[in-house]
Design a protein around this ligand. Structure first.
Ligand SMILES: NC(=O)c1ccc[n+]([C@@H]2O[C@H](COP(=O)([O-])OP(=O)(O)OC[C@H]3O[C@@H](n4cnc5c(N)ncnc54)[C@H](OP(=O)(O)O)[C@@H]3O)[C@@H](O)[C@H]2O)c1
Length: 316
């Protein structure tokens, strides 16, 4: 089978299409014929070598976390899925093999759910990692309740545009933050309030929020402590020593509760996200579709940090 591979950590140009043996599903694994895969920042960060201590030095590596496709074979012990079924999910982004930019991939069954019939593969591939991140940030870490006031920073991005929609579905009062060029797109997601960060300094806002979800970690709890309700939660997306230190210091100084997202691939949460889509409430926005041969261009574009919604690669 053909897959997008790389033989060393580096820029997008290290990506190449190569041949790999067809994978076979082990116990508890699903073999998927991939139809579409999307790019997430973790994919290019791993490719650059940002997480070498975790990702190791085994090459060639594959790339790609999110996928939508069809079940080709089931390993022993897999239940609830059938051969031929349309499925979507998220691969372990740090694994050296099994990336979704490939014709075939094996993936653990707890990382897979049926693809809602309403979604084409291109749209479904845009949903799992960013949708799980948005859902877990708001509902699990943020403990968002109906009627909560929520500020979403990075509302035009992969995670943020799904977070705006999920927060609305769950009955929050949503204030979305984007730049001038993306205001029209974010307005189409129907937030209650829209703020242009190119003209408004968020530190000057007089409203207070129950949840501040900083999907792009543009700010910090310290900077926006006055915008957080006393019992509110500030959720950021970039784990690391400084984030956890900030969370601890913020607690000590009484600034508020800070949580740092580490997305967990959980098919219970992914079914919830898929359910929003199946009901027609949640719709991923795909800014651009690339074919597998142009995977490096998709990585390079995502790496600019200016993506509106998601970038998707199709697999013929
Ligand atoms: N820890 C975890 O488990 C986890 C899970 C998912 C994602 N993440 C991380 O979360 C971050 C976001 O992921 P993503 O997929 O949403 O990225 P993305 O799609 O690349 O985000 C790009 C978007 O962010 C917007 N943006 C950039 N700076 C901004 C700012 N200062 N204020 C408001 N919007 C801003 C950009 O809009 P403009 O061009 O208008 O600025 C663009 O639309 C990444 O760093 C990713 O690695 C972490």
């Amino acid at each position: 089978m053909r897959a997008v591979l790389y033989d060393r950590y580096g820029p997008p140009s290290v990506l190449r299409i190569g041949a790999r043996p067809d994978p076979k599903p082990g116990p508890g694994e699903v073999l998927v014929q991939v139809r579409a895969a999307s790019v997430n920042p973790i994919d290019f960060k791993v490719r650059r070598g940002d997480f070498q201590l975790l990702s190791g030095r085994r090459f060639p590596r594959t790339t790609g976390s999110d996928f939508s496709g069809e079940v080709v074979a089931l390993g022993t012990g897999v239940t609830g899925l059938a051969i031929g079924q349309r499925v979507m999910g998220v691969q372990d982004s740090l694994a050296a093999s099994g990336g979704s930019f490939a014709e075939l991939m094996t993936v653990k069954m707890h990382r897979v759910v049926p693809t809602p019939a309403i979604l084409a593969h291109v749209d479904a591939a845009a949903l799992p990692l960013a949708g799980l991140s948005a859902y877990q940030a708001l509902m699990r870490l943020g403990r968002m309740t109906r009627g909560a006031a929520v500020l979403i920073i990075g509302a035009s991005g992969g995670v943020g545009h799904l977070a705006v929609q999920i927060a609305k579905i769950e009955g929050a009062h949503v204030t979305a933050v984007a730049s001038t060029r993306n205001l029209a797109f974010v307005e189409s997601l129907k937030p209650d309030v829209l703020i242009d960060y190119s003209v408004t300094d968020l530190r000057a806002l007089t409203d207070r929020y129950d949840v501040i979800f900083d999907a792009v970690t543009a700010w910090s709890l310290k900077a926006l402590a006055r915008q957080l309700q006393p019992n509110g939660t500030y959720v950021s997306t970039l784990p690391g020593p400084s984030a956890f230190l900030d969370a601890w210091l913020g607690g000590l100084r009484g600034l508020g509760r800070q949580q740092v997202l580490i997305m967990k691939a959980d098919n219970g949460d992914l079914e919830k996200v898929a359910g929003y889509a199946a009901a027609g409430f949640l719709r991923p926005h795909v800014e651009r579709v690339y074919d597998l041969a142009h995977a490096a261009d998709a990585h390079a574009s995502a790496e600019t940090g200016r993506t509106v919604g998601k970038l998707v690669v199709t697999v013929p």
